[in-house]
Design a protein around this ligand. Structure first.
Ligand SMILES: Cc1cc2nc3c(=O)[nH]c(=O)nc-3n(C[C@H](O)[C@H](O)[C@H](O)COP(=O)(O)O)c2cc1C
Length: 139
């Protein structure tokens, strides 16, 4: 089964409340763990940026569930490709909060100084997440 990486961005809807983050991470860690899917979720005040990696079938199935989630909208696929190895193998879903998504980081990887993944190429978004990986503890 091919190892695949999927990166997308999305925007919260009115049905999202900040306490949903914990519920999303709980569901992600439970479901992804069972399916050997790993990755990272970044969240600012209104944008999500998520990387999923795992077998193509499992990544696609998780993404289908995510696409149907009413808590976000305007879901844009930034990167989808076959990969040789995982980058987030230690995390069923790591989490990067707004406080780590600094203006310096945004300026480095996009045309804007505020976190806006719609302004990033798939490559930039992925590289930024690799940099952020060094800031989180493994679980
Ligand atoms: C931004 C965002 C990211 C999500 N990421 C995941 C994920 O990585 N894995 C997952 O299973 N569900 C994820 N979810 C939740 C799913 O949309 C869905 O609510 C969940 O998979 C349902 O789990 P259940 O079938 O166990 O009830 C995410 C939702 C949002 C809004």
């Amino acid at each position: 089964m091919f190892l695949t990486r999927l990166v997308y961005t999305s925007t919260i809807t009115d049905s999202f409340s900040p306490s949903d983050i914990e519920l999303i991470l709980e569901a992600a860690r439970k479901n992804n763990g069972k399916r050997n899917v790993t990755g990272m979720l970044c969240f600012s005040r209104k944008y999500f940026l998520q990387c999923l990696e795992g077998s193509r079938t499992q990544v696609n199935q998780i993404y289908q569930k995510i696409l149907n989630d009413p808590r976000h909208t305007n879901i844009v696929l930034l990167d989808y490709q076959q990969i040789s190895h995982r980058e987030f193998s230690e995390w069923s879903m790591s989490y990067i909060p707004e406080s780590s998504l600094t203006s310096a980081l945004s300026l480095k990887y996009s045309g804007a100084s505020t976190f806006n993944p719609y302004e990033m190429s798939g490559e930039s978004a992925h590289e930024m997440m690799l940099l952020l990986k060094c800031t989180i503890p493994s679980v």
